[in-house]
Ligand binder design. Structure first.
Ligand SMILES: *Cc1c(COP(=O)(O)O)cnc(C)c1O
Length: 361
């Protein structure tokens, strides 16, 4: 008997199985050309077509306005933590950052190497379980930009609206929730996301940037980190992670075939609502995050008896439920339920959690 496996890993994360099957089918012989896509020049028209398809899919999925550019970097999401001040500071000195979790904190530490960082709002005092009301935010109207992490993948904290920052360009790290719900891109100076959570395999970061922000880079910016140069060179100034880009283009097509962001967003809300309702109604599991800011993507939860964590994880693995161990800074468990996770994965997890709680009480 084989058990269906569900992968709750936070990233690299599960991919749609139809995409993996597609990759497998043409791995050795890409579109009858006799070689693998991995072995092809990044300047080959067939690869350029993949890049064009990635861009047009993103424009369709997010209704990208004409005065925004889509850039692709073969670099980690966190490379943007340095690229942002290098490219956007211009002749200003100060930048605004929200601190709502681990990834915000890492971004802030990096920005401090280049600029004076003003913290707009700090969730440290509530252990990153809540976000302060806008009335007490400390925004600097003269900041070069304002940065926030839309979904904190470790703490399971997600903004439920776009912060209002006046004329200061708003920048968002959407690594773990881009393409999971609709939003108005024109409210942003730039959004970016590493691929490995929700978009494709590791090795790619997507950035969508308003064109007036493209050419402010400091002269010390490495050329492969320079937004203006990446735009001019159509994101192939260097050899990109071609295989990753190819798989990503298939995931983007899968998203379009699912009915786009509006319909995937409904499914995501249905999945996370089921899981939070189960946790809240149980006296065995807890999630500490304020209900209004709970992440639809990453659901951390603790066992009320922490001694049972290892046995929980072991039995979960035996039941085909993988990747549930929490991030090392937070401990506990975490279920990452990105776009590719079917609702059956969530209901199977809930059944397992209910059975486990019953067997221990
Ligand atoms: C995973 C993650 C990152 C880090 O991604 P890298 O590609 O490893 O740098 C940054 N921000 C958020 C919100 C993440 O979830």
């Amino acid at each position: 008997m084989t058990t269906t496996v569900y992968n709750f890993s936070a990233g690299p994360a599960m991919l749609p199985s139809s995409v993996l099957q597609h990759v497998q089918a043409e791995l050795l012989n890409y579109q009858s050309c006799g070689i693998s896509i991995m072995e092809m020049s990044h300047r080959d028209p067939r690869f350029l077509k993949i890049m064009a398809h990635m861009e047009s899919s993103i424009r369709t999925l997010l209704n990208v306005p004409d005065d925004y550019s889509v850039l692709f970097f073969t670099a980690p999401a966190r490379a943007q933590f340095s690229m942002l001040p290098m490219n956007l500071l211009g002749d200003k000195k100060a930048v605004d950052y929200f601190n709502t979790g681990l990834w915000s904190s890492v971004a802030i530490a990096e920005a401090k190497r280049y600029a004076n960082v003003n913290i707009v709002s700090d969730s440290t005092s509530n252990q990153f379980t809540d976000i302060a009301e806008p009335s007490i935010w400390n925004l600097n109207p003269d900041a070069a930009y304002c940065h926030y992490t839309d979904n904190e993948s470790v703490h399971g904290l997600e903004f439920n609206r776009v912060p209002e920052t006046g004329n200061v360009p708003l920048i968002s790290d959407m690594t773990s929730n881009l393409f999971t719900r609709e939003f108005e891109l024109s409210r942003f100076g730039m959004v970016y996301a590493g691929a490995q959570k929700n978009i494709g395999p590791a090795g790619l970061t997507v950035a969508i940037i308003r064109d007036d922000l493209l050419n402010r880079a400091s002269s010390l910016t490495p050329r492969s980190f320079n937004y203006g140069i990446m735009k001019t060179e159509k994101s192939i100034d260097y050899t990109p992670a071609t295989f990753t880009y190819y798989v990503t283009s298939l995931v983007l097509q899968w998203l379009i075939d699912q009915g786009g962001v509006a319909s995937i967003s409904q499914r995501n809300t249905a999945k996370s609502t089921l899981l939070y309702e189960f946790i809240d109604n149980s006296d065995f599991y807890v999630n500490p995050v304020t209900a209004a800011y709970r992440s639809r993507m990453n659901v951390p939860f603790m066992l009320k008896e922490p001694d049972l964590e290892n046995i929980f994880l072991e039995q979960a693995e035996n039941a085909g439920l993988l990747g549930l161990k929490g991030h090392r800074v937070l401990g506990g468990m975490r279920a990452s339920i990105y776009n590719a996770m079917p609702i059956e994965g969530v209901t199977t997890l809930i059944e397992f959690m209910a059975d486990f709680a019953k067997s221990r009480s």
